[in-house]
Design a protein around this ligand. Structure first.
Ligand code: SF4
Ligand code: F3S
Ligand code: FES
Length: 253
C-alpha cells in the first residue's frame, strides 16, 4: 500500500470547467500518468487524457503539472513536493477539447507553412554527401518528439492569442533554422530565401530569446542557443553584411 496524495485535476471543456479533487494512492517509482490512470480506473472513468507510449517518445501526454509544462509520463511523483496538492491542467496555449486533452492543430497548421526541403538538382537521394558537422547539427533538432511543450510555454503565444497567426513558435522556427543550415537545401535556387521567410512569414522577430522553450523541452534540445539565435544572426547578416547586400543588389540589377 503506497502513500495517499491529493490531486487537483482540471475537468471541463473550452467553455466551462473547474478543478476536481481526488485523493489517490501513489506507489514507489510511479509517474504522474500512472496516477491519472489510477484516477480513471477507480474514481473518474470519463477523465480524458491523451497518451500513447508512456516512454517520453510519442509527445502525446503533454499537460501542465503545478503550472509547469511537462510530459505526464516522464514526471516522476518522487520529484514533486511531498504532502502538497498536485495540480494537473491541460496545456494553456491551446483550446481544450476535454479535461487534459487539448486541440493542438495550430501546430500542424504552422508545420504546413514551412516549405519543405528542396532536393539539390541532379543528385539522387542516395548520393547526398554532407560534412559530419552538418549532419550532427540537424540531428539535434531531429530529436524533437512534437510534444509542443515549447509552443505551450513561449510567452509570445501563451499570453497573446493575437500573435498566433504571425508567429510559428519555437518548434517551427527551429525547423526553418534546420533547413536554412542544411548544406544541400536548394530552396534559394527556387527563389525561396529561408532567412527572409523566417523573419517575414514565420515571425522570428517576435522571439526575444527568453529561452523558456529550451527549459521545458523533454529532449533537452537547445532550441534557443542552437537554432533561434543562429537563425537571428543569419537574418542580421542578410540585412547588414555589406558583401551580402552587394551581391543582392547585383542580382537585382
Ligand atoms: Fe517538444 Fe522539444 Fe520538440 Fe518543442 S522542440 S516540440 S519541446 S521535443
Ligand atoms: Fe519564445 Fe523560446 Fe523565443 S520561449 S521568446 S521562442 S527563446
Ligand atoms: Fe508518449 Fe508520454 S505517453 S510521451
Amino acid at each position: 500500500m503506497g502513500n495517499q496524495e491529493h490531486f487537483r485535476v482540471w475537468r471541463g471543456d473550452d467553455e466551462t470547467g473547474d478543478f476536481v479533487d481526488y485523493d489517490v494512492e501513489v506507489n514507489e517509482g510511479e509517474v504522474v500518468l500512472d496516477i491519472i490512470h489510477r484516477i480513471q480506473a477507480t474514481q473518474a472513468p470519463d477523465l480524458a487524457v491523451r497518451w500513447n507510449c508512456k516512454a517520453g517518445k510519442c509527445g502525446s501526454c503533454s499537460a501542465e503539472i503545478n503550472g509547469r509544462p511537462r510530459l505526464l509520463c516522464m514526471t516522476r511523483m518522487s520529484t514533486l513536493p511531498p504532502g502538497e496538492p498536485i495540480v494537473v491542467t491541460p496545456m494553456r496555449t491551446f483550446p481544450v477539447i476535454r479535461d487534459l486533452v487539448t486541440d493542438v492543430s495550430f501546430n500542424y497548421e504552422k508545420a504546413r507553412e514551412v516549405r519543405a526541403f528542396v532536393p539539390p538538382e541532379g543528385v539522387a537521394p542516395g548520393d547526398y554527401r554532407m560534412q559530419q558537422v552538418d549532419v550532427e547539427r540537424s540531428q539535434e533538432f531531429r530529436k524533437c518528439i512534437e510534444c509542443f511543450l515549447c509552443q505551450d510555454t513561449c510567452h509570445v503565444l501563451r499570453d497573446h492569442e493575437e500573435n498566433k497567426p504571425a508567429f510559428a513558435g519555437p518548434r517551427f522556427l527551429m525547423r526553418v533554422a534546420e533547413l536554412d543550415m542544411h548544406p544541400l537545401d536548394a530552396a534559394a535556387e527556387q527563389g525561396l530565401n529561408r532567412k527572409e521567410a523566417a523573419q517575414d512569414e514565420h515571425g522570428l522577430g517576435f522571439c526575444n530569446i527568453t529561452k523558456c522553450c529550451s527549459e521545458v523541452c523533454p529532449e533537452h534540445i537547445k532550441i534557443t542557443d542552437n537554432a533561434l539565435i543562429p537563425l537571428k544572426e543569419r537574418v542580421v547578416d542578410l540585412k547588414f553584411d555589406p558583401l551580402i547586400r552587394r551581391k543582392k543588389r547585383a542580382r537585382r540589377a
